[in-house]
Design a protein around this ligand. Structure first.
Ligand code: ATP
Ligand code: MG
Length: 341
C-alpha cells in the first residue's frame, strides 16, 4: 500500500522554497495517500541550535504545516525526537551505508564548506537518519524539493543493500522478499528548486545567513515587498519569451516564483510582463506573494497563540507514528539477530 513520508527541519523559518517545493505537494497528496509529515528536529541539531529557539521553531514549523493545509486528523503530524525508532534504525543504517556513498553527498560538501574537520559527525551521517525516517514506516513515496534527490537515491541504495545483505534471513522469518521498499522520490510541481533572492545560483535556504535571500512564511506584507524590491536582477528588461530567460538566473527565478504562486505558466507571465522593467513586475510579484502568504501567516499566528494545543497535536501524532514504527524496528532486530525479550 502506498505510504507518503516527508519532513522539514526546524532550523529556522520556513520559506517560499519549502512551501512551493514541498508543502503544496504534501497538502495535495493527502487526497490520494496515507501521509506522515514530520518536524525533523534531530536533523536540525546537526548544526548548532539554541535550545529555546529550537523549541520555538518546532512549534512554528508545526503551525506552518497546519496553516498550509496539513490536517493532523487525517495525516500523522509529529516531531521526530518523540519516536526513538528513527534514531535506532539510523544506527543500523550507519552500519549498512558505506563511507564512500556518504562522501559523495553534495549537501554535506556544501554545508561543511572548507572546515571539514570541525563539523559534527551528525552532519556527515544526516542521510542515514533521513533513510531511517522514511524506511521505519516502509514509506513508498517521498515528496521533496529537487535538492533532496541525491539523499533519496542513497535511501534506495540503503534499502537495496539491507534487503540483499539479509535476504536469506528475511525469507527465513517470512518477512517477504524485500523487507524495505525501494522508495520513489516525488519531485514535482511548479517550483521544485526556488533560488535565493540574492544569488540566482544558490537555492533559497533557511540556513542562509541573509534574511534578504528568502521570503519567510512569517514575513509581513511590508517585509515581503521590501525583499522583492531588493531582490537581485540584471539591467535588461524582462524577455517576452521563456527562452529569453536562459543565462539570466535571477530573472528566471522571479518569473518562476510568480508563475508558481499564481498557477500560471512562465510563458503566460512573460506574455504579460515581457519588455517591461523589473520595477513594475516586482510590485505585481509582491502583491501575488502577499495575497498567497497572508492567510497562511494569519492562521499560523492564531495557532501559535496556543502552544499547548500544538504540543498536544505532536504528542498524538507521535503515538500514531510509533504504532507503525515499533513493529518495523522489532522486525529489524529479529533480522539482525539481536536478542530481544
Ligand atoms: P536548511 O538550510 O536548514 O537545510 P532548507 O531550507 O534546505 O533548510 P529543509 O528543512 O532542509 O529546508 O528542507 C525541507 C523541504 O523543503 C525539503 O523537501 C527540501 O527539498 C525543500 N526545499 C528546501 N529548499 C528548497 C528550495 N529552495 N526550493 C524548493 N524546495 C526546497
Ligand atoms: Mg536543507
Amino acid at each position: 500500500k502506498p505510504l507518503v513520508f516527508s519532513g522539514m527541519q526546524p532550523s529556522g523559518d520556513l520559506h517560499l522554497g519549502n512551501y512551493l517545493g514541498a508543502l503544496v505537494n504534501w497538502v495535495r497528496m493527502q487526497e490520494t495517500h496515507d501521509c506522515i509529515y514530520c518536524v525533523v528536529d534531530m536533523h536540525a541539531i546537526t548544526v548548532w541550535q539554541d535550545p529555546a529557539a529550537l523549541k520555538k521553531a518546532i512549534r512554528e514549523v508545526t503551525a506552518a504545516y497546519i496553516a498550509a493545509g496539513i490536517d493532523p486528523k487525517r495525516s500523522i503530524l509529529f516531531n521526530q525526537s518523540q519516536v526513538h525508532e528513527h534514531a535506532e534504525l539510523a544506527w543500523v543504517f550507519n552500519c549498512v551505508a558505506r563511507m564512500g556513498w556518504m562522501s559523495r553527498m553534495t549537501q554535506f560538501k556544501e554545508k561543511a564548506g572548507k572546515d571539514r574537520e570541525n563539523v559534527s559527525l551528525g552532519l556527515f551521517a544526516y542521510p542515514s537518519l533521513m533513510a531511517a525516517d522514511i524506511l521505519v514506516y516502509r514509506a513508498t513515496h517521498v515528496p521533496v524539493g529537487e535538492d533532496q534527490k541525491q539523499h533519496l537515491e542513497l535511501t534506495r541504495d540503503i534499502a537495496i543493500k539491507f534487503n540483499n545483505d539479509f535476504g536469506p534471513r528475511i525469507a527465513e522469518l517470512g518477512l517477504g522478499d524485500g523487507f524495505f521498499p525501494v522508495t520513489e522520490p516525488v519531485i514535482m510541481g511548479p517550483a521544485t528548486r526556488v533560488m535565493s533572492l540574492r544569488d540566482g545560483t544558490k537555492k533559497m535556504s533557511k540556513s542562509d545567513p541573509s534574511d534578504y535571500s528568502r521570503i519567510n512564511l512569517t514575513d509581513d506584507a511590508d517585509t515581503i515587498s521590501q525583499k522583492i524590491r531588493k531582490a537581485r536582477t540584471d539591467p535588461e528588461p524582462l524577455p517576452s519569451e521563456e527562452k529569453g530567460l536562459e543565462g539570466r538566473a535571477e530573472a528566471d527565478n522571479l518569473v518562476g516564483i510568480f508563475a508558481a504562486l499564481s498557477n500560471r505558466s512562465k510563458a503566460d507571465v512573460l506574455a504579460e510582463f515581457g519588455g517591461g522593467q523589473f520595477s513594475g513586475f516586482k510590485a505585481a510579484l509582491a502583491d501575488v506573494a502577499v495575497a498567497k502568504l497572508a492567510p497562511i501567516t494569519g492562521e499560523m499566528q492564531r495557532l501559535l497563540a496556543d502552544p499547548a494545543e500544538i504540543d498536544r497535536i505532536l504528542a498524538e501524532g507521535s503515538a500514531r507514528a510509533r504504532a507503525i514504527a515499533a513493529p518495523v524496528m522489532a522486525s529489524v532486530k529479529d533480522i539482525l539477530g539481536f536478542v530481544r525479550s
